[in-house]
Write a protein that binds this ligand. Structure first.
Ligand code: CS2
Length: 498
């Protein structure tokens, strides 16, 4: 039997599930960017909220949207929008059936009518997980007016066609709210972007202004709430093992799209006005006046360290974050980088930073989470500024070491250089892959030219770093060593130095 509403009655008793009648749910939330993380995070917390709220919770169903690929939402629709969350502890997995989605949509279907859904008075909240690269931002966190996807969407707006980027869709939806004199929904960005709410607000108002709608831009600025959030749950891709485990745990009921995730869950949300689900019913959710410190700690210490593990791990032939974090040489380099470099500007007491570091390294080592370095390594050019360069810049200004950041950047460049020589086993996905590969093709064996050309990309690295020449030389020296020595030797030397 396939997972569907009818199957709910046949689930083994130990499986957590919706306490409510899923057929009575109404969509109160529109989501852009339906993927694994969204399902393991917001969709799961929303089910906990609806379970806790009884009858009043039924207005908080989620109309969720895939932005680029329809397969997942088509499959969810075949399963009455139900799926299984597999919570993976190192030696134990539990299954929960999640049923807080009311509609599974694809942004490429004109009948999805996303602008109309955003403007529907029932929609009180729009959430987003389109990844950092889905906002088309430059290193200073502004909308990139030259990005192809943004240019294409500006043309769509001109022609009254449905937009395809999140920013374009928000502009179209909010334009309809304004035209109808309605109350706009709260826009809740749930991506790992610095000051994600404020950044999204600026991207949306910039987009509105670029499309010639200045009055709309002013209205959005004055009336629409874009709270900042910090989101955290490590959620890898679904593999065949996950499908098999779901079948076993659901007593033979078949789910084609289960989501594996770690037990850890955090969602810190800037307080906002208006109705909302009781998300605090899910442990790990908090509403706070200011998200900044949580967000910085998470982006730099978790996401930034993920990057060093991915890029260096990939060069050392390791395939998952768990392997990289457990590696006797790379693990300590990463932990040192996290605690000593990536905590720059994170205003928390030292014992808390120590604890946070220990806990993160333990989460990274969870062997039940198969998080490929290839995936974490994706879209580095969109992640670099907020996760790595910001603390690196502060460390340089303060005269503190930046050994880890230099290693991270050199390893990232090395991915492109090896790819250019067809010597990388990992595939590279990056919005700027073409120009980055071109740099490597042009610089060939000239490591300094390579390092210089990368660092000069202000849209990735921002304005020149303090001690620019020195940093370029250090990166070039590492690139040279990568070419001439065993990576293990390079790492062992670095580990001995820190
Ligand atoms: C990762 C994140 O892909 C990445 O960039 O660092 O997806 C990370 O796993 C999550 O933010 C954890 O909350």
């Amino acid at each position: 039997m396939r997972l569907c509403r009818e199957a709910l009655a046949h689930l083994p008793s130990h499986v957590y599930r919706p306490d409510y009648d899923v057929s009575r749910l109404q969509p109160g939330i529109v989501h852009l960017g339906c993927g694994s993380f969204h399902r393991a995070h917001q969709v799961t917390a929303t089910q906990a909220a609806i379970n806790a709220m009884g009858e009043k919770g039924l207005r908080w169903g989620i109309a969720t949207t895939a932005m680029r690929r329809p397969e997942l939402v088509r499959q969810l629709a075949r399963q009455d929008n139900l799926f299984t969350l597999l919570t993976r502890e190192p030696h134990d997995t539990t299954a929960s059936v999640i049923g807080s989605i009311t509609d599974s949509l694809f942004a490429g279907d004109p009948e999805a009518n996303l602008a109309g859904r955003i403007a529907d008075p029932r929609t009180r909240i729009v959430t987003l997980t389109v990844t950092a690269s889905g906002y088309y931002l430059t290193a200073d966190n502004r909308l990139d007016p030259e990005a192809d996807a943004i240019l294409a969407d500006l043309r769509r707006l001109d022609e009254d066609q449905p937009a395809r980027t999140a920013t374009g869709l928000l502009v179209q939806g909010l334009a309809q709210v304004r035209a109808g004199g309605g109350v706009p929904p709260v826009i809740l960005c749930c991506d790992n972007v610095a000051h994600n709410g404020a950044t999204l607000r600026r991207a949306v108002t910039d987009f509105a202004a670029l499309s010639g709608r200045d009055a709309l831009a002013d209205w959005i600025e004055a009336t629409v709430q874009f709270p900042d959030t910090m989101v955290d749950r490590i959620t890898p891709t679904t593999f065949a093992d996950d499908i098999a485990d779901a079948r076993r745990l659901l007593g033979g009921i078949e789910d084609a799209v289960p989501v594996p995730a770690e037990p850890w869950f955090e969602w810190i949300i800037g307080e906002f006005e208006g109705p909302r689900p009781d998300w605090e019913a899910h442990e790990g959710t908090q509403f706070v006046p200011d998200v900044a410190v949580f967000e910085r700690a998470k982006l730099q210490m978790l996401n930034g360290t993920h990057m060093i593990l991915a890029y260096v791990g990939g060069l050392a032939g390791l395939t998952t974050i768990a392997e990289a974090a457990a590696d006797p040489v790379l693990g300590p380099i990463a932990a040192h980088f996290m605690r000593n470099e990536q905590s720059a500007g994170v205003e928390l007491p030292a014992p808390r930073l120590d604890r946070y570091t220990r806990n993160l390294m333990k989460r990274f080592r969870n062997p039940a989470i198969v998080h490929q370095v290839e995936r974490i390594g994706r879209n580095g050019s969109a992640k670099m500024a907020a996760r790595v360069i910001r603390p690196m810049r502060e460390n340089l200004l303060a005269g503190r070491p930046v050994t880890g950041a230099v290693l991270l950047i050199a390893s990232w460049i090395r991915w492109f250089a090896l790819h250019e020589q067809e010597a990388l086993e990992i595939s590279i996905t990056d919005p700027r892959a073409k120009s980055l590969r071109l740099i490597c093709a042009e610089a060939r064996d000239d490591h300094r030219a390579q390092a210089e050309a990368f660092l000069a990309m202000e849209e990735v690295f921002g304005p020149p770093l303090p001690r620019y020449d020195h940093i370029v030389s250090e990166i070039a020296a590492l690139l040279h060593r990568f070419d001439t020595q065993e990576i293990r030797q390079v790492l062992a030397d670095l580990a001995a130095d820190i």
